[in-house]
Design a protein around this ligand. Structure first.
Ligand code: SF4
Length: 355
């Protein structure tokens, strides 16, 4: 083994290269460069991604010399929990501290038999949505692939203690995943690898606020990941107010990129729409949304706003939310309400960190 990595996920804040940043092929090359047979890489991979191990010394089917070489060159990060909150419905939110002291939020949602981990891809966020606590804190840095995957592995270990496993991942926490494309895709591919964590691509959702070049690139990856596009407004004027980045990519371009994604992958795209009282929750907005989406391979997730200190918006009445949904469905646009779980634990994006 040896040699400096040109892996874009290489993280100088971590002591040694973070093994979670490497693909199986890169790990194999590193191991073969140390004159070890390549099947050793698959053994290490299984320890890390299947058995969720972080300590090389317990990888007892590897000889001691290799374990020592691995420990000298690599680390397997498992960021510690700095704060956590849980509620009665089974939502758990943690603040994880990264090697350089930065913190990110990760959430586990338990819903029937689903165990969904919502991961962050950046510290802070450059998009600056006006209704989002993370948007208000600005952008600090991109996460590495290892830091993204480590959030999933954190909850995988916690669930394993209860005989459960992670069934879904949504890349929807702090940050805009498609503005940290390389690390996000690397983490997705590693989680999807059948010889390791083996989470099916269809169980992974990548969410974007509408970064058109990223959507087009994702369509070419040959992956079956689900795409969620955050609309939040049915016209460009209002959207620019709520999602400042919307100015760069108008709705027409965003929808055309999403259509291309649906065609290329055969996957239905979901559209996220945060409902803000008297801002984007009126009939005219619902009708405009219908005009925009009718006839598309689409599903709308309506998310009633979670009030948070310092954000100048209110949550619509439940009746208004339900009526908005019914209008969409009656007009031929499939829609559900994601009744926000975890309001009590401030599970809205960025709220634990700002606290
Ligand atoms: S809603 Fe998402 S994209 Fe918008 S500022 Fe918050 S984290 Fe960034």
């Amino acid at each position: 083994m040896g040699g400096e990595s040109n892996n874009p996920g290489y993280n100088p804040g971590v002591k040694g290269r973070d093994l979670l940043d490497l693909s199986l092929a890169e790990l194999s090359s590193a191991i073969e460069a140390g004159e070890e047979p390549s099947f050793r890489a698959r053994q290490v991979w299984a320890w890390v991604w299947k058995k969720l191990e972080t300590d090389f010394s317990v990888m007892t089917d590897l000889d001691r010399g290799l374990r020592e070489k691995l420990a000298a060159e690599f680390t397997i990060q498992a960021p510690p929990v700095t704060a956590s909150q849980g509620d009665d419905e089974g939502t758990t939110k943690v603040l994880l501290t990264l090697a350089d002291g930065q913190t990110v939020e990760t959430v586990l949602l338990r819903e029937d038999r689903r165990r969904t981990v919502c991961v962050s891809t950046q510290v802070g966020c450059p998009v600056g949505c006006s209704f989002c606590a993370t948007g208000g804190m600005g952008y600090v840095r991109d996460l590495t692939a290892g830091e993204i995957a480590a959030q999933v592995l954190h909850f995988a270990r916690a669930l394993r203690l209860q005989g459960e496993r992670v069934t879904h991942v949504v890349v929807m926490g702090m940050g805009e995943p498609l503005l940290n494309y390389g690390a996000t895709l690397r983490a997705v591919r590693n989680l999807n690898d059948p010889q390791g964590f083996a989470l099916g691509a269809r169980r992974i959702t990548v969410s974007t606020v509408g970064v058109v070049p990223g959507i087009l690139r994702l369509a070419k990856e040959g992956l079956q990941v689900s795409l969620a596009v955050s609309l939040h407004a049915p016209d460009d004027g209002l959207r620019r107010e709520l999602v400042p980045l919307g100015e760069r990519w108008p709705l027409r371009e965003v929808l055309s990129a999403a259509d291309h994604y649906a065609e290329r992958t055969g996957r239905r795209v979901s559209y996220e729409y945060v409902l803000l009282r008297e801002v984007n929750d009126r009939w005219e907005h619902a009708h405009a949304l219908v005009r925009l989406l009718r006839g598309r391979l689409a599903h709308v997730n309506l998310i009633p706003f979670n009030p948070a200190p310092g954000l100048p918006y209110a949550r619509p009445e439940d009746g208004r939310v339900e009526a908005f949904r019914r209008l969409l469905v009656a007009s031929g646009v499939d829609a559900t309400v994601r009744w926000s779980r975890g309001t009590e634990i401030q599970a809205g994006c960025g709220q634990l960190r700002t606290r």
